[in-house]
Design a protein around this ligand. Structure first.
Ligand code: GLY
Ligand code: MN
Ligand code: MN
Length: 467
């Protein structure tokens, strides 16, 4: 758990950067309807969560540096016995003061009157436009109301400043406690990936691997996943954000699993690719070893003083050279790189920041130059090769999609791979897959095939598992 003192430190830091005569306003995310009266699981907005740790909808954080009656104001829902019986607990104003360290708290229903007063005579408003359209409009309304009071001696704020810049720069550098949370998300997710590798069998469905991943993460304490899992077998792996997950895992193809648990709001983001039947074919192995070589070379470029794009440049170099070696590209490597000839095979970038959001916040360039890596930053390294239905290459190479993705933190001397425990080399994967784990999934899969065959298959699986 992130303790209350850390949230206080974060708010103080932000208020110092904001300066006097200013006010910051941050609404959290709202409930999202899934269908009719069913909502998606609630997840606070990450900026709001970072500054409050408060996990309820209908709340607005207001920071007013130097305010005598308290700098940290939280608007939230009032206690309500009936609502709480039906829908769950609400902290209410008192608890927000005691447990969340707010200096002042008001019912969210009073925001129109109270926020207006808090904004009076402030010069600068820190706010992120464009996320909550309805709140943008209300804020404009409040400013206009203040402008109408000019003759009564009230000054309306004249300057709107994007909050993103200050706040996202803070979020980019993870504290020791944040790293602890991210390590936990990473290690639980590694365990889940390892389990999938061990139970994967031909004729299972993609969604059965997905279900195992969810089970393993949640069972061990992740209350949600950081993003919808991609479980893509065979040619599905060439669709980068495939999430249908409803095909069978055919004998002889690879399956790509891009999935990560979220722990206390912090994301992990891991991809592993492996042969459904436990053995790589010659072509699969050649491409896999190439992606792995690119990933390891990219990981070597993660250290303080290296720049953001260095891992990507390294991955592109290795992949292009390798594609030429395998006869999938023809020409001089440097010219092919310059012409971006690798792009039909490798069309995405090599990583992104990671934190409370899977594609976390923070600038990638500073003054139009790639930014330097510094201790405390956390990023993914995730090269891939996707051959697709490319008619320019021999049939045996087509429709193979491979990505290998790890999460790294930049340390003072280099980096630490947070996701090292998920099997990654050909030898590790083939060894893990040789040990068949008997699970409810194996049984359920057998049951879906057909009755007689199913019984036999379950028995065989059990015999193999125990032999
Ligand atoms: N899971 C999304 C990504 O790897 O960026
Ligand atoms: Mn990623
Ligand atoms: Mn991913």
């Amino acid at each position: 758990m992130i303790d209350i003192k850390e949230f206080t430190r974060r708010r103080k830091h932000l208020m110092q950067d904001m300066g006097k005569d200013s006010i910051a306003i941050l609404p959290t995310a709202g409930e999202q309807v899934r269908n009719r009266d069913v909502n998606y699981a609630f997840r606070p907005d990450s900026d709001f969560l970072y500054l409050t740790g408060f996990w309820e909808p209908e709340a607005v954080l207001v920071l007013i540096p130097g305010r005598k009656h308290g700098e940290y104001v939280l608007f939230c829902r009032e206690k309500d016995e009936t609502q709480e019986i039906w829908h769950g607990r609400r902290a209410g104003q008192e608890e927000v003061l005691e447990a969340f360290g707010a200096d002042d708290s008001f019912p969210i229903t009073d925001i129109d009157d109270i926020l207006l007063g808090l904004m009076e005579n402030k010069t600068r408003v820190f706010y992120t436009m464009g996320i909550h359209a309805d709140f943008d409009q209300r804020l404009t309304g409040w400013v206009n109301q203040l402008k109408q009071k000019v003759r009564m001696g009230v000054n309306a704020p004249g300057e709107f400043v994007a909050l993103d810049h200050l706040l996202h720069e803070m979020r980019l550098f993870k504290s020791a406690t944040e790293i602890k949370m991210m390590k936990k998300a990473a290690s639980l997710s590694c365990k889940a990936h390892e389990r999938l590798i061990k139970i994967c069998q031909p004729e299972m469905m993609e969604y059965q691997l997905e279900a195992e991943f969810v089970h393993e993460c949640m069972f061990n304490g992740c209350r949600d996943l950081a993003y919808p899992s991609i479980v893509a077998a065979g040619k599905n792996a060439c669709i980068l954000h495939y999430t249908e997950n409803n095909s069978a895992l055919k004998d002889g193809v690879l399956v790509l699993v891009d999935a990560g648990g979220e722990y206390q709001g912090y994301a992990s983001d891991i991809t592993r690719t492996y042969p459904v039947n436990g053995r790589f074919s010659v072509e699969q192995k050649a491409l896999y070893e190439l992606v792995l070589e690119a990933q390891l070379a990219a990981i070597d470029m993660v250290y303080p003083g290296s720049h953001w794009n260095a891992p990507h440049e390294e991955a592109v170099k290795v992949i292009t050279r390798g594609l030429v070696r395998l006869g999938l590209l023809k020409g001089r490597v440097d010219k092919l790189i310059k012409d971006e000839a690798y792009k039909p095979f490798y069309m995405h970038r090599t990583g992104h920041w990671l934190g409370l959001d899977v594609h976390d916040v923070g600038d990638y360039k500073v003054d139009n130059e790639w930014r330097m890596l510094e201790p405390g930053m956390v990023l993914t390294v995730e090269p891939g090769i996707y051959t697709g239905d490319n008619r320019k290459i021999a049939k045996k190479w087509r429709n193979i999609g491979i990505r290998i993705e790890d999460d790294l933190r930049v340390t003072r001397t280099g980096h630490e791979v947070l996701t090292i425990k998920a099997p990654k080399t050909v030898a590790q994967i083939e060894a893990a897959m040789a040990l068949l784990a008997i699970t409810p999934v194996a049984e359920a899969r057998a049951n879906t095939i057909n009755d007689d065959k199913a019984t036999m298959q379950t028995q065989t699986l059990q015999t193999e598992a125990y032999s």
